[in-house]
Design a protein around this ligand. Structure first.
Ligand SMILES: *Cc1c(COP(=O)(O)O)cnc(C)c1O
Length: 388
């Protein structure tokens, strides 16, 4: 017995990650796992939740509508049953919200899952997937996992007058070739907070061939309030190759439940269905999402608080001589220059967790989630101590 155990340790050392990676398909060989940032579970255990200011993951600090809790409690007697594989009730609530057909909606275990599956379905070896530099990290992950090639398009320049490092829609359209199968856009985008307007997007779509699928990630759409930012929803009818993703993780405050959805042509949804795990969204999550859709006033309240606090935080950080990128989301990207890593580490030591941006090639920036007034006050106090 003990000989077998010793031998298995040695064997496990030999057959390590590098060995298994060499067996993986080429796309996965080049892949690195998604970086979720800091070990928040560990921090919570060590420091206690009350001593932490968690501003690293763009969660809604106000939490979901109280209707979510009630809906989940109502589900507890059903935990031994599989959930509705179609998620029909939630889809019906979504069709009412967005004015689309049930057949145009696909539910996902977070929109992350849907973004991954879109590449898996529509791109493979030898194909190209186009997206912007500083586009959402999952776009690259999805492309590589599918074994397709990345075609990363330069973003607008850092010193752009209105949209530093935002998507350059003209350059993105120009990058489309016969090899392009998929384009990923985010409006507004994470981590830049940048956005584009409907006229610019319409001009972009006019240049995209029907054969190329355009994925518009609208994870922050509910929070956008500028005049010139608009959902692509009304363009779906004119462009069957356009598909939108949304999430319950951000404005709705349900990141812990993992639910996102996609809206697109019924034919596209039908093909995506072939790959979907049969029970990919769990029962309590389906019920809670349906419930929060019924509480529009909570959503509007949380979004209004966010807009207010985003403006206040932007003003406060700017007053400290920091460069804050314009944002239509619940976070801001902020330049800290050469001292970024030190500032970040010093803030963590004080229990304030932000998101480092090295993975995006923005190691001189930190991404700061807009918290409650109290959280932002604690952030600014810690920052003043750190910068002093
Ligand atoms: C947070 C986020 C998502 C949402 O991911 P979920 O898997 O739905 O939690 C998607 N896209 C962007 C750009 C995001 O920032």
């Amino acid at each position: 017995m003990s000989a077998a155990v010793e031998r298995s340790d040695a064997v496990l050392n030999e057959f390590d990650e590098a060995w298994f990676a060499s067996r993986a398909q080429p796309g996965v060989q080049r892949l690195r796992a998604y970086d979720p940032g800091h070990d928040l579970v560990g921090f919570r255990k060590r420091l206690g939740e009350a001593n932490l200011v968690e501003l690293g993951s763009n969660e809604n600090p106000y939490g979901p509508s109280p209707a979510a809790r009630e809906a989940i409690l109502d589900q507890l007697h059903m935990l031994h049953r599989y959930p509705d594989p179609l998620g029909a009730d939630l889809k019906r609530a979504l069709t009412a919200r967005h004015g689309v057909d049930t057949a145009q909606i696909l539910l996902g275990n977070g929109s992350h899952e849907l973004l991954m599956q879109l590449a898996q379905v529509f791109a493979g070896a030898g194909d190209e997937v186009v997206f912007s530099r500083y586009g959402f990290a999952v776009f690259a992950l999805a492309t590589q996992a599918a074994g397709a090639d990345l075609r990363i398009v330069e973003a607008l320049p850092r010193d752009h007058a209105t949209m530093p490092r935002g998507h350059d829609l003209e350059a993105l359209a120009a990058a489309i070739t016969a090899k392009t199968k998929l384009v990923y856009l985010a409006n507004p985008n994470n981590p830049t907070g940048s956005w584009f307007g409907r006229a610019a997007f319409q001009a972009f779509m006019a240049r995209v061939p029907d054969e190329v699928i355009v994925v518009m990630d609208e994870a922050y759409a509910e929070m956008a309030d500028a005049d010139d930012v608009a959902t692509a929803l009304p363009l779906l009818a004119a462009h069957p190759n356009l598909v939108l993703t949304r999430t319950f993780s951000k404005a709705y405050g349900l990141a812990g439940l993992r639910v996102g959805y996609l809206i697109g042509a019924p034919g596209l949804v039908a093909v995506m269905e072939r790959l979907r795990e049969s029970f990919n969204v769990n029962g309590p999550a389906l019920a809670a999402c349906e419930a929060v859709l019924g509480d529009v006033s909570h959503l509007q309240w949380a979004c209004a608080r966010n807009s207010e606090q985003r403006a206040a935080l932007t003003t406060a950080l700017t007053a400290r001589g920091l460069r804050v990128y314009p944002s239509q989301t619940n976070f801001v990207l902020v330049e800290f220059g050469a001292r970024t890593a030190q500032v970040e580490a010093d803030l963590v030591a004080r229990g304030v967790v932000l998101r480092p941006m090295g993975g995006y090639g923005l190691s001189d920036c930190l991404r700061i989630t807009v918290g409650t007034a109290e959280e932002n006050r604690r952030l600014l106090a810690a920052l003043d101590a750190v910068l002093a």
